[in-house]
Design a protein around this ligand. Sequence first.
Ligand code: BGC
Length: 355
Amino acid sequence: MDLVQKSIQILKDGQTLDGSFIACANFANYRYSWFRDGSYIALALLEYGCTREAVNFIEWGAMVVNRYQEKMEACIRAFQRGEEIAEEDFFHTRFTHDGYEVPGHWGFSQFDGLGTWLWFSCKLFMENPQITPSPDIISALEKTAEYISVIWPAGCSDCWEENEGGQHTYTLASIAAGLRAYGNWSLSHKYNEHMDAVLVFLRKNCLTSSGYIKGVGLNAADANLIGLCEPYRLATWEDPDFQKTLLRIERDLMTPGLHRFLADTYYGGGEWVLLTAWIGWLYAKHGRIGDAKKLRTWIESQASPEGFLAEQVPFHLFAPDRYSSWVKDAGEIASPLLWSHAMYLLLVKELDTRK
Ligand code: BGC
């Protein structure tokens, strides 16, 4: 089976007429759309020439931001007045296909998705000047930049929807990357200044002698720290602090698939396909081609007979006693997870360009 073609098909089939991507239609909790997953999915499709699909996703995101802009404005005002804001009063993270908040408790507030969406949208418009963003998109990007530039110190759940109210390195990096991209695209320099403030905070609070850590007060590796270098380019590949971070990720989390973090118990804390592809993508971009190819082969060997890539595979579990209770309560591991297919596509594309 050609897993590349299959993956492109899965991503396209997973896009609704509204432009959203359903994270995993086979898994009840994931029958929704996230700004985080969607931005990486759209990035992968863009790399394979599916520009229309990528722009449709940006339009969907703009529709959601514009729909909830009063909520964002209320948060900005409340934060500026120093008031407490309840988690559900922030802009949410999980939406229905047509862009409404999903009822029921969830880690509602997660700023990284908005940062990644802003970063991706500005990148697409900068690299494709023939595409003119609609007025709705322009105002949604501005609103998003304003929102994240003000409320980032408030804290939120991390990109794994855990550690509510904390300050997380990957989240802060997504915000900084989004603000930098928006500042460059809109030529509005105040956003570059906001970005600098986030970066100063990040270096002061999330960097130790063993590299970047998971978050403020959380001295542990997290595979999402790869994002500091790729795709956000806030740290260069050569940066010794990034290399230390990478070494710790490899030492603590690779078995050879990549886990999220050592204390992970979700489905027993298995090897995440999307993270394994992500680190392979990083290696491929920076010349570790042999390592990247090995990971590509590993990922392909994890595909189901129908060509599905799951969120994670239950091997080398960090918390084996937690696996069966998750299966019992929430069903089998999500598969196909669109984000896994997207990261696989990014890895393969990068390897192809290096041939
Ligand atoms: C992950 C999130 C992801 C969501 C949908 C969650 O389990 O932790 O990062 O956005 O699934 O794929």
